[in-house]
Design a protein around this ligand. Structure first.
Ligand SMILES: *[C@@H]1O[C@H](CO)[C@@H](O)[C@H](O)[C@H]1NC(C)=O
Ligand SMILES: *[C@@H]1O[C@H](CO)[C@@H](O)[C@H](O)[C@H]1NC(C)=O
Length: 464
């Protein structure tokens, strides 16, 4: 008797279990509300499972859940496997088939994405990849076009630029605001030159002043070329004018974080403002105040100025703070005299460079310049056939360190400037580039600036 009761209980439990299962299955959301995914997949077929009536065990794994191959699955709330209708009933499925996109032999669901260089591609509901049409900083076809053409320079694909848009390149890799008309019309300082004076056909500051010309810098994704080119030129000039008694590599970060009046840090700045700061406040070395704003959109406001100076009389200044890093003790402040503008004349720029050292030049950077690898750059028309947004330019500033001439096989000669960029030493010719000289290519001869380091007798004796 007791045994019988026990059995009944078990049976009841079993039925309850079954009910519970059924309830759960009925409440489950339909698998195909947004159309059947993986319509071509093999499910009921793979198990050769087509069950009659209702069979809650008649299941196959499907994506991250299970699907059914019993007749009961074909209700309003369907949990049938994608191939149930075709394989078990031999009819068309009553649900729309969700499209998939194919790429490299694989199928991807609607909404899947991948990157094609700088463009995002999304699998659309029509089963086609829909890609953005932004101009990319690196463009395989343009690289080929430059290298096939007879432009005098070669292009390369830089992996650290790959995936960036042209717009980002202009927004993050340049960063010099065009000087205002007033500044542009600044009185030019004329080099005293004999009209017949013959300058050498080539010159390189690094050969004339060995050990005093600093290597090209790397501004990362900080649009602060105004600070980098100023620090670069001032470093060389102070080293040359102190005859090597001081060879400071000045800190661009000091300018970016502290020269904030009318300046926008890593979102661009003015070189006249930078020179004002170098004269009136002065900056410390890169070692003392290292560069930390390498990443995109580093907020300039988020990095307070960590170095101030005060006057010690005789126009000299000294730091009021320790270096913003615990390892460097020396916090000497370096200053310059007022910067002066050179005439937009090839010869005068050459003479200044040869006599006093590297100069600063602004230039317009065009889309093809980012891909420069070697040779004598000039802007090419390789983007001419492309839509407007592929042809862009922005203002940059660089350090000119020399010049030269190259004979072409057809007997012509090509004149060039040697310039240090601030895109690291992996870019161009070890961080340098050569650009056509004498024709104001990319406006490189439009606004050229020189400066004297402020060097006292004291500096000549004490610092080293
Ligand atoms: C399956 O369900 C659809 C609607 O959901 C219905 O039109 C069709 O007749 C059903 N097929 C069978 C065999 O019950
Ligand atoms: C450029 O370099 C990137 C990264 O190294 C690579 O994925 C891409 O295929 C290259 N593109 C071309 C056109 O060479």
């Amino acid at each position: 008797m007791r045994l019988l009761r026990g059995l009944t209980l078990l049976l009841l439990l079993a039925v309850a279990e079954g009910r519970k299962g059924r309830t759960r299955r009925e409440l489950a959301p339909g698998l195909h509300e947004q159309g059947i995914r993986d319509a071509g997949g093999s499910y009921c077929e793979s198990k050769d499972a087509c069950c009659h009536g209702r069979d809650d065990g008649c299941t196959v794994p499907y994506l991250d859940t299970i699907c059914y191959c019993d007749l009961f699955c074909n209700r309003t709330v369907s949990d049938c496997c994608p191939d149930f209708w075709e394989y078990c009933l031999g009819i068309e499925p009553p649900f729309a088939v969700q499209k998939v996109c194919v790429r490299g032999g694989h199928k991807y669901p609607v909404g899947a994405t991948y990157r094609e260089n700088c463009n995002l591609c999304t699998c659309g509901s029509n089963g086609r990849w829909d890609c953005e049409d932004l101009a990319c900083l690196m463009d395989g076809r343009m690289i080929e076009a430059v290298n096939r053409g007879d432009y005098g320079w070669k292009a390369a694909n830089y992996s650290h630029f790959w995936g960036m848009t042209l717009d980002e390149g202009i927004r993050y890799r340049l960063g010099t605001i065009r000087p205002s008309t007033t500044v542009m019309n600044m009185n030019e300082l004329h080099m005293s030159m004999d009209t017949n004076e013959v300058l050498p056909s080539s010159f390189n500051a690094a050969h004339k002043w060995p050990g005093l010309i600093h290597e090209p810098l790397d501004q990362g994704n900080c649009a602060g070329s105004w600070a980098f080119s100023t620090a670069a030129v001032a470093s060389d000039r102070i080293s040359i004018h102190s005859m090597g008694h001081m060879t400071p590599a000045l800190s661009p970060q000091n300018l970016i974080s502290c020269d904030t009046r009318n300046q926008r840090g890593c979102s661009g700045g003015r070189i006249d403002g930078a020179w004002w700061y170098l004269r009136r406040r002065g900056v410390v070395t890169e070692e003392c105040y290292p560069f930390t704003s390498r990443e995109k959109d580093s907020p300039p406001a988020g990095r307070p100025c960590m170095m101030h100076s005060r006057s010690t009389g005789r126009g000299k200044r000294q730091a009021t703070q320790r270096c913003p890093n615990p390892y460097t003790h020396s916090n000497n402040i370096y200053q310059s005299t007022p910067a002066y503008r050179l005439a937009s004349s090839e010869k005068e720029i050459m003479k200044e460079l040869m006599e006093n050292g590297p100069v600063q030049a602004i230039m317009e950077v065009h889309e093809d310049f980012f891909m420069y690898k070697s040779g004598i750059y000039r802007h090419t028309p390789v983007a001419a056939g492309k839509p407007e947004h592929h042809r862009r330019h922005g203002t940059h500033s660089v350090k000119l360190t020399g010049w030269g001439e190259e004979r072409t096989p057809d007997g012509h000669s090509r004149k060039y400037w040697i310039a240090a960029n601030s895109w690291g030493k992996d870019w161009g010719e070890d961080g340098y580039f050569r650009i056509t000289r004498g024709s104001n290519e990319c406006e490189i001869e439009t606004f050229v600036v020189g400066v004297w380091g402020r060097v006292s007798m004291e500096d000549m004796h004490h610092r080293k």
